[in-house]
Design a protein around this ligand. Structure first.
Ligand code: 5GP
Ligand code: MN
Length: 332
């Protein structure tokens, strides 16, 4: 009986004794959900596959994600003496997005990349990239044997899907996404709790910084662009870290009449992290890609040096260019 609906994955894993699972820097819900789902599935099948060691490496993430099983075993520190037969990267479009786990990638005997980013550059030995999937969790779901998906695995997959689709609102949501969500609900998951506790609820400090970012936002290009930024001093003032800024960009995007939302925050190393969202007319993945980043047509990002205002100013000509070329953007 097949454990995976992808022969090469089954073959690679049955030849391995040790596996490391990792995802992109500043992990989001889809990244954490897909890593914990695959980990639990591999743990349940480890005897059949002959696996002796399975670890997850991720950068620190918001404590709301601890609602998922297996988040307690995630390693946030890196002992480079460990090497793995197979390293699997999830939700990661390029090697520069792996952060500290890159060393494990380089020392692993075989590497596998499972992802859904249109900008993925096929950097592993085996690449399984489904660009029209809503999320990496949707890709993972399709690789697994439904009968072996436990309630805990279903929770991880469902969480990833709701985070990457903005709770089934983004155009990346398909009929298949909804069917997958239904079959995960059939596993008995508490989806209301997952949505409330990881998506809707905010700490007081998170609400304050959201309010600050909205209050200080500016409209550019006759209201077609909304932009805002938060620097490290402001984050310190409210006692928040970058994980508390999730959701600000999606709130900016809801401003009526805007086509593109830009949110910039200062990182510890003095860079700026830029998030871009499009309401349909502009392909932001193209812009992010130009600046060395990536993502999806309607949600993308990159890092850039300089001031936040310089970052915003450098993006505007790219948006103008797309408006002037009247191109059609792919869906999603
Ligand atoms: P966010 O704005 O929420 O950080 O990211 C939106 C999308 O763009 C996500 O799919 C994320 O993986 C991708 N993305 C964000 N920043 C970067 C980046 O610096 N490089 C690449 N390759 N992708 C990014
Ligand atoms: Mn994703």
């Amino acid at each position: 009986m097949s454990i995976f609906n992808l022969d090469i994955l089954e073959r690679e894993l049955s030849l391995a004794k040790s596996v490391a699972i990792t995802g992109h820097i500043r992990p989001d819900g889809d990244c954490i959900g897909s890593c914990t789902a695959l980990y639990q599935y591999l743990m349940d099948c480890r005897n059949e596959l002959g696996l002796e060691q399975i670890d997850i490496y991720l950068e620190p993430f918001g404590q709301e994600f601890n609602i998922l099983s297996a988040t307690d075993i995630v390693r946030h520190s890196y002992d480079y003496n460990d090497t793995y037969d197979v390293l699997i990267t999830l939700d990661c479009s390029s090697l520069d997005r792996l952060g500290h786990a890159t060393k494990y990638f380089k020392s692993a005997k075989r590497t596998i990349c499972i992802d859904h980013h249109i900008t993925n550059n096929y950097f592993a030995d085996v690449n399984h990239v489904v660009a029209d999937a809503s999320s990496t969790c949707e890709v993972i779901y399709n690789l697994l044997d439904y009968n072996r998906i436990t309630k805990e695995i279903a929770q991880s997959l469902y969480l990833g899907i709701i985070h990457d689709t903005g709770i089934f609102r983004h155009t990346s949501t398909s009929d298949k996404t909804m069917e997958i969500a239904a079959s995960l609900i059939r596993k008995g998951i508490d989806f209301t709790k997952l949505i409330d506790e990881t998506f809707t609820q905010k700490t007081y400090a998170q609400m304050q910084i959201l309010g600050r970012a909205l209050f200080e936002s500016v409209l550019l290009m006759d209201g077609k662009i909304i932009a805002s930024s938060i620097n490290l001093d402001t984050m310190k003032f409210y006692g928040v870290t970058h994980t508390d800024l999730d959701g600000i960009i999606d709130q900016l995007r809801t401003a009526k009449g805007t086509e593109v939302a830009i949110f910039v925050y200062e990182t510890e190393d003095g860079d700026n992290k830029v998030s871009l969202r499009s309401n349909g007319l502009v392909n932001v993945s193209k812009i992010a890609h130009f600046f060395g980043g990536g993502g999806h047509v309607k949600a993308a990002g990159f890092s850039i040096k300089g001031t936040a205002n310089d970052a915003i100013a450098s993006i505007i000509p790219h948006i103008e260019e797309q408006f002037n070329s009247e191109q059609e953007i792919p869906n999603p």
